[in-house]
Design a binder for this molecule. Structure first.
Ligand code: GLU
Length: 550
């Protein structure tokens, strides 16, 4: 076709497209940002399910953009209507809010480079396709599904590459007359790229995470616009990331194999190339087989993001975990910098894992424990209350009614260089501090936690009634228990007991254990004296009574 014919063809196919490429190039000028600023984007498809891998890439988008003074935007990639789910878009936005991974621009966040929803951008894609047709770099293809299926079958038998390329690209060189004939017949068509590639040649792509990669050139006439005039993922990616001035495309590495096509699209469209950073997938060691496998929606409850909220994993702790997956040196840095937080860490692509990262629940729990240990009692109280309001209203009400006590309990052993590391989730507070709220403390608390031992109730009653002093410091209190132990046939220290076990009924620790079990229903608890101070003598006596009548 001559240039005039191609112009005629373009107008015939897109009579309603009256804007030009230049119009859009002017409408979306280069961003006014510094050289090192990264512009990143999270481009989810609204399939209704947001998983940990999605959060991981959005998290990386956020930290890289933030630390370089760039921009992180949300683009809804809804070109594939088959994958759409009702409420899927709202779900994406609310997950980003819930997990505090907030874009500063994009769908529902505003910005100058919108619309940020691909289904609203059809006119833009068609403008660029129209231009490619004029340039002879794209063409309408009228091949039927059956024809394509036959070709595929033949390619499978011959073990050659699948797709429409070379001799298979039958409509590549149709004349204007032939196209017109198809159009007059009302034949359906897609628009295909007229790929200039030669699979015998190689291209080299440098990925920010994976480094140098070599591929054969892309030579397939990939579909750019589908029959309904909407773009394929590949074409929309090139147009959008160009017009939105993305600098770094951070995405899952299932897209690596599309790189030759993406690089070619940028080239033929005359766009400045973007940088790619392909994130390794999250894997898991299978419980049954012990093999490393891909995560699965069905087998791994933690894969869906709802899990974290429902189980009461603090958002900031999840961020810490995402940071450890993002950069291999993060965890060590965080654990040895107790006064710093994520924003003080400098993330870099060099420190990103190239192979799969295994999901490590123990690591997540440990980070959660560290997180809680660094929070004051009041902070833990407020966050637990917020969580409970959503997931356990009854407990939330009790927390509100017992606020002062609860904060005091949560503050025990928080000061000092090694603060307590007892809880890892908001959902554990109720159980872990089960002795803190009287109305929750029932006889059953004893059967859950008590040791097999029969404790001497009269001895503990005598101690509490006649010897317990709550108006002193911990050391003085403990000396008092020692004295009480000695005068009741118990050794004042475990050491003395061990030397001559036959001389004693037990040692001071046994008395403390008896008190602890009666007061808290648990064999292990934070500092016993602090707990007793908060409860006061009356409530302690009520607990002993409850124990007696259990
Ligand atoms: N819409 C694509 C997906 O959901 C995003 C891929 C990308 O970030 O480029 O898989």
């Amino acid at each position: 076709m001559t240039e005039e014919e191609r112009i005629e063809l373009a107008n015939l196919l897109f009579p309603n497209i009256d804007k030009t490429r230049d119009y859009y190039e002017d409408k979306y000028p280069k961003r006014n940002l510094s050289e090192e600023a990264m512009v990143t984007r999270y481009g989810p498809s609204p399939t209704g399910f947001v998983h940990l891998g999605n959060l991981l890439s959005a998290f990386a988008d956020m930290v890289y953009a933030k630390q370089t003074g760039g921009s992180f935007f949300l683009r809804i990639e809804d070109t594939d209507q088959k994958r759409m789910v009702d409420g899927g878009i709202d779900n994406i936005v609310s997950v980003l809010h819930d997990f505090d991974i907030l874009p500063n621009e994009g769908y529902s966040f505003g910005g100058e480079y919108g619309p940020y929803q691909q289904s609203e951008r059809t006119e833009i894609y068609q403008t660029y396709v129209k231009d490619l047709i004029v340039k002879g770099l794209a063409y309408p293809c009228f091949m039927t599904e059956e024809e394509i299926a036959e070709i595929k079958e033949e390619q499978e038998i011959n073990k050659t590459k699948i797709g429409i390329y070379g001799v298979y690209a039958q409509d590549r060189d149709l004349s204007l007359e032939e196209v017109k004939e198809h159009l007059n017949n009302g034949d359906e068509y897609v628009i295909r790229l007229k790929s200039p590639g030669d699979a015998k040649k190689e291209i080299e792509v440098v990925d920010c995470i994976k480094g140098k990669m070599k591929f054969p050139e892309h030579d397939v006439d990939t579909i750019l616009l589908k029959k309904d005039g909407t773009p394929t993922y590949h074409f929309a990616h090139a147009i959008d990331d160009h017009l939105m001035h993305t600098t770094h495309v951070i995405r899952g590495d299932e897209w690596v194999s599309s790189l030759p096509l993406h690089v070619q699209l940028f080239e033929i469209l005359g766009f400045e190339p973007v940088k790619y950073a392909h994130i390794a997938p999250i894997t898991i060691k299978d419980q049954e087989t012990g093999n490393i496998r891909k995560i699965s929606k069905r087998k791994d409850p933690w894969f869906g993001v709802k899990y974290y909220d429902e189980n009461g994993i603090p958002i900031e702790a999840l961020h810490l975990y995402l940071a450890t997956i993002t950069n291999t040196n993060f965890e060590e840095w965080y654990l040895s910098n107790s006064d710093k937080d994520i924003t003080d860490f400098e993330f870099s692509f060099d420190k990103q894992a190239i192979g799969g990262t295994s999901f490590d629940e123990a690591k997540l729990i440990n980070l959660c424990k560290t997180y809680f240990s660094r929070k004051s009692g009041e902070e833990v109280y407020n966050e637990t209350l917020n969580w409970a309001k959503k997931h356990d209203e009854e407990y939330a009400k009790l927390l509100e009614d017992n606020k002062d006590d609860m904060i005091k309990f949560l503050s025990i052993e928080k000061d000092g260089p090694r603060p307590r590391k007892d809880i890892s989730k908001y959902s554990e507070v109720k159980e872990e501090f089960s002795y803190a709220i009287d109305s929750l403390f029932k006889k059953e608390n004893y059967s859950k936690n008590e040791s097999e031992k029969e404790y001497d109730i009269d001895l503990v009653l005598d101690y509490v009634n006649n010897h317990l002093n709550l108006d002193c410091d911990n050391e003085e209190w403990f000396n008092g228990v020692r004295e009480f132990a000695s005068s009741n046939g118990y050794a004042a220290s475990p050491k003395d007991y061990k030397k001559n076990p036959d001389d004693y009924k037990g040692h001071v620790g046994d008395i403390c254990e008896a008190i602890r079990v009666m007061v808290t229903g648990r064999l292990k608890s934070p500092d016993l004296f602090s707990i007793m101070k908060i409860l006061g003598k009356d409530r302690i006596l009520k607990r002993i009574d409850l124990y007696k009548n259990r």
